[in-house]
Design a protein around this ligand. Structure first.
Ligand code: GLP
Length: 274
């Protein structure tokens, strides 16, 4: 695992967008794992700007989202399908047939979970998985006690997740209590993971996820087992990490990060969505 600390939230999101763009330019048919949540909105915004201004091409790219609420149709504006259409898919030249989310309205949810796993397998797995983190440490909707080898399945949402995401619903009482999510094991099979977290309210859980012991109580700690996982945080979310001096040295000196050390993220270009 590597940790990159950027000065501010937008700089962190911009760096993630640049990393995705670099992979997509190198491999136009990239299989991207995508995440939702407030943190990701500015990543998608930067990608939209890169599509419009820098000809970033999504036409061959395939995407698989981490999760979807049970019972919300794609037309519901609280669904993650709607979120993705609105924040990314409708704004770039991606082929909609190449965009995948679990169907939270499928009549047989267990069969839908198997179908989703098969679909990922058929494209030979996920090249680059984007991840946020919930306040309870979930990745996707892998709530506390998610098995570290779990696969795509239905999961009941924790009280903390309900509290975190309810404000996004017009009527919080209508927020689904269940979701379909890729499993921790599914996520760990992706070839590369990028986890983005910003803001002081994520500082505690980031310190546990990165520097704490691996536990099924905090599914993000399983990323310590991943061979190629990069955690990108702003100063606020890095606030409770203890080894930041080492992380900063690695980013400043390791050849892998050379393309991203040009300082442009200090003042990221404005997003069209701002
Ligand atoms: C939801 C998603 C997670 C995401 C989390 C972070 O719960 N299921 O995949 O990591 O939101 O949300 P935010 O960025 O709003 O803090």
């Amino acid at each position: 695992m590597e940790v990159i600390v950027r000065p501010a939230a937008d700089a962190a999101a911009y760096l993630v967008a640049r990393m995705i763009a670099r992979e997509l330019r190198a491999t136009p048919q990239l299989v991207l794992g995508l995440a939702t949540g407030r943190t990701m909105e500015s990543v998608y915004c930067h990608l939209v700007r890169m599509y419009r201004e820098d000809r970033l091409d999504f036409s061959l790219c395939r995407t698989f989202n981490l999760d979807e609420y049970v019972g919300l149709p794609a037309t519901d504006r609280h669904s993650y399908r709607h979120y993705m259409d609105h924040n990314l898919f409708h704004q770039v030249n991606i082929d909609r047939r190449n965009t995948h989310l679990p169907d939270g309205c499928a009549p047989d949810l267990a069969a839908e979970c198997r179908r989703y796993e098969d679909a990922i397998r058929r494209v030979n797995g996920i090249d680059l998985q984007l991840l946020g983190i919930g306040r309870d440490g979930h990745i996707g909707f892998n709530e506390p006690l998610s098995a570290l080898r779990s696969r795509t399945r239905e999961k009941a949402l924790s009280p903390r997740t309900l509290a975190q995401n309810a404000p996004l619903f017009d009527n919080p009482a209508n927020m689904p209590r269940r979701a379909i999510t890729m499993g921790v094991g599914t996520i760990l099979e992706s070839r590369r993971c990028l986890l983005l977290a910003t803001g002081a309210e994520k500082a505690d859980i980031i310190a546990k996820a990165v520097e704490g012991p691996i536990t099924a109580m905090i599914s993000a700690t399983a990323l310590q087992l991943h061979p190629r996982c990069t955690v990108i945080v702003d100063e606020a979310a890095a606030g409770r990490l203890t080894e930041t001096e080492y992380y900063r040295w690695v980013f400043a000196n390791e050849p892998e990060w050379e393309p991203f050390r040009d300082g442009t993220d200090a003042t990221p270009p404005p997003c069209p969505c701002d």
